[in-house]
Design a binder for this molecule. Structure first.
Ligand code: PEP
Length: 250
């Protein structure tokens, strides 16, 4: 039985005061015996600060880690998985579409980042998803299969890795795929995982849906076959809406 995961990606939002207010409000409701897992991914400027707040029942993660395998060195602006870990975070995202789009991250780079994170002991959410042009061209399944094959490293397990399917055209737009489309993609990702990692790991690995998840559509999306939770951007910036989504988990 895969425990659902409700994950918030705060993106480039939050000065110290905002982060403290948001994190405190989210953490206040969490307990160690919830029937779902919860993760928040603050931006790097407040990551250590948030990780130092009492956060029983909620994991704290980064939004990215450096590509280099070096733990430190001449990589201006980069933050290694080792440094993320040192800040007190235990998770990270890699391969978010905004990293792929604005920083030209390829599948090979995403895979290397996932290896660095897993090697450091960080549980790693690998983000994949097709663009609108790819969906319109009928290539969504082919794209997510390729991304799964090329981004998920051999060292991934159901314990140290989670996949997040986020159609690029659904992120921050208010548009969501039909539940049939979500089911088709998640089944394809699980099938591809079985080919990459073997049937057992694939069966146990969580696959999240992300892209305009809101309290209003959470229940429907979280009930789709093979949807093991949600990665949430905009609606994770308010404790009430983030929790309302979490409370839609059966
Ligand atoms: C995201 O960026 O990971 C995301 C899913 O954003 P939103 O929920 O705002 O669409």
């Amino acid at each position: 039985m895969r425990k659902k995961l409700i994950a918030g990606n705060w993106k480039m939002n939050g000065l110290k005061a905002d982060a403290k207010a948001l994190a405190t409000a989210i953490f206040a409701k969490a307990t160690s015996d919830m029937h779902f897992d919860m993760l928040v991914c603050p931006p790097m400027n407040v990551l250590g600060f948030v990780a130092e707040l009492p956060h029983t029942g909620v994991f704290v993660g980064a939004q990215d880690v450096a590509e280099t395998v070096k733990l430190n060195g001449a990589f201006t602006g980069d933050v290694s998985a080792h440094m993320v870990h040192d800040l007190g975070a235990t998770w990270t995202l890699v391969g978010h579409s905004e990293r792929r789009q604005y920083h030209h991250e390829t599948d090979a780079i995403v895979k290397q980042k996932a290896i660095n994170a897993i090697t450091e002991g960080l549980t790693t959410v690998i983000c994949i998803g097709e663009t609108l042009a790819e969906r319109d061209a009928g290539k969504a399944v082919e794209v997510v299969r390729r991304q799964t094959r090329e981004c998920v490293p051999a060292e991934a397990t159901a314990e140290n890795c989670v996949i997040a399917y986020e159609p690029v055209w659904a992120i921050g737009t208010g548009k969501v795929p039909t539940t049939a489309d979500v089911a088709e993609i998640h089944a394809a990702v699980r099938d591809e995982l079985a080919q990459v990692l073997g049937a057992e790991k694939a069966e146990n690995m969580r696959i999240l849906y992300g892209g305009s998840v809101k309290p209003e559509n959470a229940k429907e999306l979280l009930n789709v076959d093979n949807v093991d939770g949600a990665l949430i951007g905009g609606a994770s910036l308010k404790a009430d809406s983030f929790w309302a989504i979490a409370e839609a988990v059966k």
